[in-house]
Write a protein that binds this ligand. Structure first.
Ligand SMILES: [Mn+2]
Length: 247
């Protein structure tokens, strides 16, 4: 039987205390959209930085409570790590009722194979970034970082953001986008009909020719000035929408 409710996909909210409008937009989205959904998928860079599940800032508490209310009301929430919140762990999952997803994850909905990714794995032309990614995804590295006091981790996160911005500013925009050959390779490997990812902040619906079929790559929008979502309705149609910005 087909789903009777909408499924939502969001990513790249970059939640941070200094952007209360985006935080409010997310809470509004939960109340007005996600609360009535079949399921919510958050595909990474949900937080602008995540320094460990033991962080207890007001923002963290607020978002945790909101997610917990949603999952307790019976709406499943699935979370995939981005490059900003790769330290999100099982404790966060347990406290909020959110399920952590591997990158990539393959779904089957409406008879279509839908591959979910954050998107950074597809940007293989940015060699420096891929080296950094391999390092910070090493469980040994993560364990060492998580042993540091919170104030040290907070400082490290600030430094990492500064370095990341510097790298982004001086790296060619083309290198920072997905590599087309890698997209085809990954989609072929999973025999995917649709790939959904964020990360690049270049929202679009791309038509893709795989050897045996027409496929689609849907890129989610980042939440800069407003909130954005991708919706899969009960008929199997994808639509995008933006949330009203509040004063
Ligand atoms: Mn990202």
């Amino acid at each position: 039987m087909a789903n009777m409710k909408n499924i939502y996909f969001i990513s790249d909210l970059h939640l941070q205390a200094t952007e209360p409008k985006i935080v409010h937009a997310f809470l509004y989205f939960l109340k007005e959209y996600a609360a009535h959904a079949e399921c919510l998928y958050i595909l990474g860079d949900f937080f602008d930085a995540w320094i460990g599940d033991d962080d207890k800032t007001i923002l963290v508490k607020q978002i945790k409570n909101a997610l917990q209310s949603l999952t307790q009301s019976g709406v499943p929430v699935c979370f995939m790590h981005g490059n900003r919140d790769f330290l999100m762990g099982q404790r966060f999952a347990k406290e909020t009722g959110v399920e952590l997803l591997a990158d990539p994850t393959l779904l089957e909905l409406h008879g279509k194979k839908i591959l979910l990714m954050h998107g950074d794995l597809l940007c293989i032309d940015d060699l420096k970034y891929q080296q950094f990614r391999a390092k910070v995804h090493d469980p040994k590295f993560q364990k060492r970082v998580l042993c540091l006091p919170l104030f040290v981790r907070r400082a490290l996160a600030g430094w990492a953001r500064y370095k990341s911005k510097k790298h982004t500013d001086k790296t060619d925009r083309i290198l920072q986008d997905v590599n087309q050959a890698e997209v085809l390779k990954v989609m072929q490997h999973y025999d995917a009909d649709i790939l959904i990812h964020g990360h690049t902040h270049r929202p679009a619906f791309h038509e893709i020719d795989l050897d045996n079929k027409k496929a689609q790559r849907i890129v989610l929008a980042a939440w800069h000035d407003a909130g954005h979502y991708l919706c899969l309705d009960p008929n199997g149609t994808f639509t995008t929408g933006s949330l009203p910005t509040q004063g």
